[in-house]
Design a protein around this ligand. Sequence first.
Ligand SMILES: *Cc1c(COP(=O)(O)O)cnc(C)c1O
Length: 345
Amino acid sequence: MKIKSIDSIVRRAVKALEPYSTARDEYQGEIGIFLDANESPFNNGYNRYPDPHQRELKARISELKGVSAENIFLGNGSDEAIDLVFRVFCEPRIDNVVAIAPSYGMYKVAAAMNDVELREVQLGDDFSLPTDALLAATDENTKAIFLCSPNNPTGNSFPRAEMLRLIEEFEGIVVVDEAYIDFAEVESLKVEIAEHKNLVVLQTLSKAWAMAGLRVGLALADKRIVELMSQMKYPYNINIATQQIALQLLSYPIDEDLAEIKSQRQEIAEAMAAMSFVEHIYPSDANFLLVKVKDADALYNHLIQDKIIVRNRNRVKGCEGCLRISIGLHNENLKLIESLKRYEE
Ligand SMILES: *Cc1c(COP(=O)(O)O)cnc(C)c1O
């Protein structure tokens, strides 16, 4: 990292912020008579405010990820962490961020919501990482670069060395969104957060861990970044039900599910490769396949007729002619393939 310190690029208002101190911050014992938070005393399991620091859940995630709890921020989905990167570092209408394209739509939405310019840099041929173009798109007001690896919707992971070069050469925050890392053969960049204080690795319980409905996203980063994001979040951003259920579901291993998704991904790719209307199946490190077909809109509509819903990416620059297909259960995937065969006839 080329910047002197994280604090040198934080928004002025954030540095000056006195975070809201919750009743539970001031007294941390577990037992006692709690008359400090104007809660109802009638116990229905949810009458108390949740732990604003999510200590138990963080301890478990720390164990699972091999990342110390002080380097973990938990958000109401990764979407909250993405929004907080803007709110902590980007001065509205002055600062800007750079992001790869095509990629996850939330970077653009969060930028717009925060009135921050987002500069998109198109991926290269075969969706390669345009490292030099990304650096060239930055200026003295660029506070963050957003990468997504494995990338949504292209499915590919970027070379580690290239991402590290960006992290080392850029004078701001580099966010690497690893929502799909558990489906990939490549290693997470999380081990680099100790060395690279400007790196924010995003992960989520929404995909591999099958908890999209609970809303838990992770930002793994230097302690100071975690501190700043925690100061800016709403105090009770992860509710009691979510903290408890996530903790419980994290005790079931997902290895078999991941192996199944990966083998199904391979099966669908092989079946589709033989179909005449399929022009290209992009290699995928994620739980979806991006497939280029002769007439994406026609195929999308055919699948809808069969009540099979995929994501039409035909109008996304760089993904013309493409559908993004999530990997489902074995019997769902069989129905998909049957429907595709009927379309071919
Ligand atoms: C699905 C997805 C997420 C997950 O977002 P949550 O808010 O954690 O559900 C994050 N990033 C990308 C690129 C995704 O595709």
